[in-house]
Write a protein that binds this ligand. Sequence first.
Ligand SMILES: C[S@@+](CC[C@H](N)C(=O)[O-])C[C@H]1O[C@@H](n2cnc3c(N)ncnc32)[C@H](O)[C@@H]1O
Length: 273
Amino acid sequence: MDILNLLPPQRFRAVDDLLAFISIYDDKKRTRAYYKLLRAHKKHIYNSVCVEGGCGLDLFSVELARLGAKKVYAVEQNTLLAKLAQERINRLPAKIRNRIEIVNKPLQQFQPKESVDVLVHEFYGQLLYDEDLWVLERLRFKPRLVLPDGGKLWAGVVSSDFYKDRVVTQAVIRQLDGVLVSGLFQERFNELKAPVLQWKYGRGLRNLKHNFGKQNGDLLALGLRVTHAGKTVCEAGQCPNWSYVWTHRKGNEISLLFRKSSGMMDARFKWKG
Ligand SMILES: C[S@@+](CC[C@H](N)C(=O)[O-])C[C@H]1O[C@@H](n2cnc3c(N)ncnc32)[C@H](O)[C@@H]1O
């Protein structure tokens, strides 16, 4: 979905984000994986103070209340999404509605009066850290439990012979030097061989060195795995919200760095070696 007419920049950003984020609800597998994760932690949630960071349409805030949280702060920085979340909550029975409070502000500016037991978030980008995981390193409160608490970006080298088609030919692939493209090809799920990035709540982001020298192929595939306590919650391709990211293979090691500029987390990619 693209906005085609000229709008004031702030309005454009708000609607553009709204359209980008509501598309996650097409991914039923992601939603189910999160419900399963929350239900697996219902003992921690029952009678607790919970925060959903970036609540979107607040599905998971409602689930936290249903699982018996005594208070849920549904924090959302996008005003349009916060309004939609509030409208949805207003239609719920009072015993659920009264325990959820929508807070329309950036999570990093939010400071509840109570201590927080559980924080739920879905801040993962296709390259793991290219969306909003950084926010969890700038919190003004210290949750006892963060769901999910980790993630990895896996990588592997494959031959374009098995992926090229009439349109995306090897000649096209060669033009993608240094360019990371999501969704270029359909995943086959045997591409990813080693993790190259790891994020863990409280420890931050770490680059993991991997040398692809022993793998043949002219295509690099990268794929996200969302983890909790080391176990996979959902992964790129299986949960269509995230697809694999592809580029032309030009070396044996990669450098992937993230830098925040004007509110966005930019990924900087190059081949080494
Ligand atoms: C991928 S969506 C997830 C929505 C919801 N948690 C879910 O999983 O269904 C990320 C949401 O976080 C919001 N968001 C991103 N950064 C934020 C921040 N710093 N503070 C509050 N909300 C944020 C976005 O506007 C978006 O609604």
